[in-house]
Unconditional design. Structure first.
Length: 287
């Protein structure tokens, strides 16, 4: 009897485990990747193609990592910022005084890696034409010249509306801040150490083709772009949806070209200050 009881108990446990396995389902997700493209059209703030202003020069940076602060899908061109499906908003803090992005808690990834995953069941069903993405941080390599000799340096670029930074690493060296830094703050690491600076207020380009019907706040970095065909979420999906957000870095690193040679000269008193580190357009796609 004892052996029979144990045999029946084992059978019940086996069937119980099998039933659990069979009823376990994986919820499909929205998977978002950030990529950069130096061949993508270079846009200005109003979403139209933009040339490099006279007296400036620019180059395509080589990206190491990137982060965003906010992601929203908008139904149409009249959907105001915040009235679409807000999918992601990174941590903020008042530790530095005014409200700011908490850089320490930012999700920093390499271009092409998965940035976020969201269960599709958590997204309001609808037909979405536009994407709004607020960039916050970029890390990339650029070419510079010293005594007309070319070198490569690394830039840590903070383009969020306001950034509370405890510390950050540019390439090898760590910089301690412990305060808020406005949009356009940067650290630049070369063989001789790290220089820090600030781009002019309001100089960071933020392309928004919907500026006439759906403006964005001054000083934000909400880049806007539209799908070729609307992304429709029904709430009944059984498979993941992959969304790729392609960001234009076409001559996105811009400086004052004081001597007109098209090179970024960093000698003392050269006067070739960084003026713009904004992304130059957003092209979203899905599959």
């Amino acid at each position: 009897m004892r052996n029979l009881f144990l045999s029946l108990l084992a059978t019940l446990i086996l069937f119980s485990c099998s039933d659990d396995d069979e009823t376990t389902t994986v919820s499909p997700k929205l998977i978002v990747k950030l990529v950069v493209d130096s061949d993508q059209v270079r846009l200005g703030n109003n979403g139209s193609p933009a040339e490099i202003p006279a007296g400036n020069a620019a180059q395509n940076p080589i990206f190491n990592s990137i982060s965003a602060h906010y992601l929203e899908f908008a139904q149409n061109s009249n959907t105001l910022l915040g009235n679409g499906a807000v999918l992601y908003q990174a941590a903020e803090t008042t530790a530095g005084g005014e409200n700011a992005i908490d850089f320490e808690k930012s999700n920093v990834v390499a271009p092409g890696d998965i940035f976020i995953e969201i269960p599709l069941k958590n997204i309001t069903p609808g037909s979405y034409e536009w994407v709004r993405l607020s960039l916050s941080y970029q890390n990339y390599d650029v070419e510079f010249y010293f005594n007309d000799i070319p070198f490569t340096g690394t830039v840590a670029s903070f383009v969020g509306f306001n950034n509370y930074i405890t510390q950050y690493t540019v390439k090898n060296e760590q910089v301690t801040v412990n305060e808020n830094k406005p949009q356009g703050y940067w650290g630049f690491e070369t063989v001789t150490g790290v220089l820090t600076g600030q781009a002019p207020e309001g100089a960071t380009t933020v392309p928004n083709p919907l500026f006439a019907t759906s403006p964005i706040p001054q000083g934000s970095c909400v880049v806007t772009g539209n799908f070729d065909s609307n992304l429709v979420i029904t709430g009944q999906e059984t498979n993941d949806i992959m969304v790729t957000l392609s960001l234009s870095i076409n001559k996105s690193f811009e400086w004052i070209d004081a001597n007109g040679n098209g090179k970024w000269d960093v000698e003392p008193n050269a006067g070739e200050n960084i003026v713009d580190m904004g992304l130059r357009g957003l092209v979203p796609s899905y599959q």
